[in-house]
Design a protein around this ligand. Structure first.
Ligand code: GAP
Length: 488
């Protein structure tokens, strides 16, 4: 049975134990922005590392990349974001709340990240029956309008060389812009992927539920380039791999499902798209997008080829993007600068792209929610986070049973030794039972205790977080034992 966790309990544990804090809290907080505390930063690093390991390190056909957040504005003109990356919004005449039109059905519960403007326009015709999520009034909405989602900023110190730039709303475009660089500087051959983890920014109309939807967030994206005609097979491959990744890292399969996008829901670039959804504990439990896997066809590389041809217009038009219309292909696009030459087949084509696009913060929230548990132990409530060992912020805690008889010295030495390869925490404060409970709440899989017997036979106890079982092992076996248990 899938358990029902309350989001409030998770938020409170995150604050209490230093996982996640509200940004700028000392000044009253900044809406939808969050900071990761000492335990949270380790957890998030482990989520990133687990993703990177599975899609880059463990594969021979994916390489990594780290692009800048600020990019040439033509990138966003070519990708379509400059013109199309907007939500259709309406303002309630009674309470002035601004809401996404596609969020108005069913009291503002939504299923997708950003519904294409064209689809949302159809919905806008029915505003008379919609309920305002702010005040509950029905059909009291103003004319829907497009709300641009990209944050704008200025670059340059002098008035005459200042230009407007956008903070990237997805990491994907940095990958497309570097497709040729990677091709020319490595030995990759299609089919291959480029993976990137990094911050993205969207001026979301509605933010939601803790770190689920924020205006600054981290994405983990792969653009996997393949020969047209093989795209459907690679789409299936990535669907399966990405679904399995969550389960392999501890998510209960009951809380995970696929949801195919309807044709009218597809983004302008996609031939097919599926969401990996997680049953997040908002309201009474709600399926929400955790990750999208899309077949982006050759849309992006073709668009950038067209953009490369329009770049002179951009300069001539005094950098006013609104005046640029991307030039149509003057030649066969297959031969363009971002095409790929298949040495074996002796043919040139623009690769198709399969894109698994995950959110690091959103995955972190799913891992937190899924790991959270409460149980009764000897009449007391035990709160614990049953993290997969690869994600646990601290892998091992080491305690002396008491602060005397040489126990702290032995425990410190064990801890220092383990620290070379494992995230390890030393604690000698308070009763041993309370120390165990603190580590349960932090999600630490193993606690090692040095006790009276240690100085007699050189053994310690190792306590398992989930079962609370303890076993005695020799001090010189600790490293091998942990390596085995933590699969390192
Ligand atoms: N390149 C495709 C793309 O960006 P998306 O569905 O808009 O697709 C992909 O975003 C993933 O990024 C989402 O599944 C989610 O995990 C994460 N994400 C998107 N917007 C977010 C936000 N405002 N806050 C947190 N995570 C977000």
């Amino acid at each position: 049975m899938a358990k029902l966790t309350k989001l409030d309990d998770i938020v409170s544990l995150c604050k209490r134990r230093g996982f996640i804090f509200q940004s700028s809290e000392i000044y009253g907080g900044l809406a939808s922005c969050y900071d990761y505390g000492p335990l949270g930063v380790e957890l998030k690093r482990n989520v990133r590392e687990a993703w990177w390991k599975s899609v880059v390190k463990m594969r021979d056909d994916v390489v990594g990349l780290d692009c800048s957040i600020l990019m040439h504005p033509m990138v966003w003109k070519s990708s379509g974001h400059a013109d199309k990356f907007a939500d259709l919004v309406t303002v309630c005449k009674k309470c002035n709340a601004r809401t996404r039109v596609d969020h108005l059905k069913d009291h503002a519960e939504e299923h997708t990240e950003h519904v294409p403007i064209e689809t949302a326009q159809v919905d806008a015709q029915n505003l008379s029956k919609k309920v305002c999520p702010g005040c509950g009034k029905i059909g009291q909405f103003g004319e829907p309008m497009a709300f641009k989602l990209m944050f704008e900023t200025q670059m340059g110190a002098n008035a005459d060389d200042t230009m407007s730039l956008w903070l990237r709303p997805e990491t994907a475009q940095g990958i497309f812009a570097n497709f040729k660089n990677v091709l020319d500087s490595t030995r990759v051959k299609v089919p291959f992927g480029i993976a990137q983890i990094g911050k993205s920014f969207r001026n979301e109309v509605t933010t939601k539920a803790f770190i689920f939807r924020t205006r600054e967030f981290e994405q983990a994206e792969i653009e996997f380039f393949c020969e047209p005609g093989t795209d459907e097979q690679w789409y299936e491959h990535w669907k399966e791999k990405r679904f399995a990744w969550y389960i392999d890292h501890g998510i209960d399969p009951e809380n995970l499902r696929f949801r195919d996008h309807d044709p009218d829901e597809l983004a302008h670039y996609a031939k097919a798209c599926v969401d990996v959804e997680y049953k997040f504990p908002f309201g009474s439990g709600d399926w929400q997008e955790l990750e999208g896997v899309a077949n982006r066809t050759d849309f992006d590389l073709r668009q950038h080829q067209r953009g490369m041809r329009s770049i002179n217009d951009w300069y001539e038009n005094d950098r006013d993007l609104t005046k640029i219309t991307l030039k149509e292909e003057a030649e066969d696009y297959h031969k363009g600068p971002l095409s790929y030459f298949d040495e074996q087949k002796k043919e040139r084509y623009i690769p198709y792209v399969i894109e698994p696009s995950a959110g690091i913060d959103r995955s972190t929230l799913a891992f937190l929610v899924d790991a959270y548990d409460e149980e009764e132990v000897k009449g007391e409530t035990r709160n614990l986070l049953r993290f997969h060992p690869a994600l646990a912020p601290t892998k091992v805690a080491v305690f002396p049973l008491v602060k005397k008889h040489g126990m702290p010295e032995i425990a410190t030495k064990i801890c220092d030794d383990l620290k070379k390869s494992i995230t390890c925490f030393y604690d000698q404060k308070g009763a041993i039972g309370r120390r165990y409970r603190r580590q349960d709440e932090a999600g630490t899989p193993y606690c090692i205790t040095v006790d009276g017997q240690t100085s007699e036979d050189n053994t310690v106890t190792v306590r398992d977080r989930d079962s609370m079982d303890q076993e005695r092992i020799a001090v010189d076996q600790i490293k091998a034992y942990m390596r085995d248990k933590l699969d390192m």
